[in-house]
Write a protein that binds this ligand. Sequence first.
Ligand code: BGC
Ligand code: BGC
Length: 645
Amino acid sequence: MRYPRPSAAARPAPPRIRRSLTALALAAALPSAVAALPSGARAAGAAAPYLDPRLPAAQRVRDLLGRMTLEEKAGQMAQAERSAADADPDRITSLGLGSLLSGGGSVPAANTPSGWADMVDGYQRRALATRLRIPLLYGVDSVHGHGNLAGATVFPHNLAMGATRDPALVREEQRITAAETRATGPQWVFAACVCVTRDVRWGRTYESYGEDPALVTAMETGIEGFQGRGGHDLADTRHVLATAKHFAGDGDTVFGTSTTGTYTIDQGVTITDRARFERIDLAPYVTAVRKYRVGSVMPSFSSVDWTENGVGDPIRMSAHKELLTGVLKKRIGFRGFLISDWEAVHQLPGDYATQVRTAVNAGMDMFMEPFSAPAFVATLVAEVRAGRVAMSRVDDAVGRILTAKVELGLFEHPFTDRSRAGTIGSAAHRAVAREAVARSQVLLKNAGHALPLRGTEHIYVAGANADDIGNQAGGWTLTWQGASGPTIPGTTILEGIRRRAPHVTYSADASAPAGDSDTGIVVIGERPYAEGIGDVGNGHTLALADADRAVIAKVCGAVPTCVVLDVAGRPQIVTGELPRMDAFVMSWLPGSEGAGVADVLFGDRPFTGRLPVSWPRSEAQEPINIGDRHYDPLFPYGHGLTTRG
Ligand code: BGC
Ligand code: BGC
């Protein structure tokens, strides 16, 4: 083992407890609070100022910092994956871990609200068994609802929400997601992605609200939905701490060969100049920090290369002191804490000690070290002892983390408030998701007013994505990558159509005869993926699958009116097929409420969605964005036909 866990003997003895008169007086004034503490905590300084909810957060944090050893501070800066904590349950207490996370698909054995709450509370009990009983922060990727939880309301992915052009709806979405998440234990979400996607070949395109920074910024109302008004309302157990990610330029990386190298698009290199970087990539963070007071920011895996310097020297964001500390913390005024992305510091140059030192000194506050938190703590302690990391930097980081815990009310209420568990996946929550689905549908072609349908037609439904809720939910649903098939409760697009139209024939591969059908609805699209796994070039393409093209040809050749729906995380190349279609609808990744698609198909609601990204004619046209000098997409940014509702 290169980085052994510090042995108990190596840890300094806790500082002696001072029992001042004021502390005793406070204890007398707070009998119930003190009585509620476990005996260990009482011995460790009951009624210490940091435990007094009447004092301002800054005073409590200062008091607590003053009591902590270096080891305890390093522990607060570490975040481990829950599976690592399960493998070594003592780890939470012995390291005094600041946080745990569930990675994509990392769920309790019983993937139910109480299974989650029992799990998080169990970890919390271990955190409260530490000398200073500092509560744990638990984080999860609720990127389109509490997607890891079976039975959660699963909203359309962000790109679809961008198509709604409705900031109030996004706020409502995240208000519901916050409530469903916190009712199961986690008090922190790694959302919203305020990434600006500039090339839809990026596998994370669907996590972005769109290609225009102004649109992304408008949708940051979601942060208010997560955190409550003004970002002050975190102790209310309907809210969660939010994360703006991935700072910055994650959606603006170059693809392929540039003057400085050959790059993959996800976790790639943003080659830009400072003015353009400010305008495209940084702008959403100014709003997230100044207007919505976002509690945390996650630096990106990607790197930045200022070509204006001409040298091509990409610097990874996790090491970018100028941007993390100089720009984000100092100039923009970010007061929350920075959480590194999944093992991101392992990608920095040098050995592990160099990686940790570089990131801390650049301004990183908490480290997502899913499986190497013990090594992280030992390494950081050693770096501080060696004088290579200043104690003031550590105090700044820990102070930011503790402030979030105080503001979340975790010292007073460390355990899950389960009182709203009954609202998870409720009809009321699903109704909002269904509305979001309807509002996000973009009608790209509607020859001869093919849509809306009346409902009395004989309808022939085909295509691989017509009756597949897993495909319509996409990645970050139950598992990191998502999966095809009946993975989650909800309605598929076919079920929504069936509820609305009595005469439906369904044949996924269009092998059944179309007979005297009036209208065909062909649902094509992608299968789930997440992150770089979905990059074009990594086994993916923007081209339609052969099977999708075959079904379009067959159905559109056999019925008088042919409607095609695309269920995908990004535009696909339909240039050749478009002439065969009477109507073409972009359905995005709608999530659990497929019935929202039927709502617009049958005119119960109008089509109002508008493209959040430019739709390319060919894959070779990427990157293509509004404002380009030679702009000739198949459908421009903002396109979307309307119907009467
Ligand atoms: C992703 C983040 C995510 C984290 C935790 C990383 O791979 O880039 O967006 O929050 O994993 O699941
Ligand atoms: C985790 C994700 C994480 C990814 C990073 C996966 O195993 O489940 O949460 O984002 O690894 O590579």
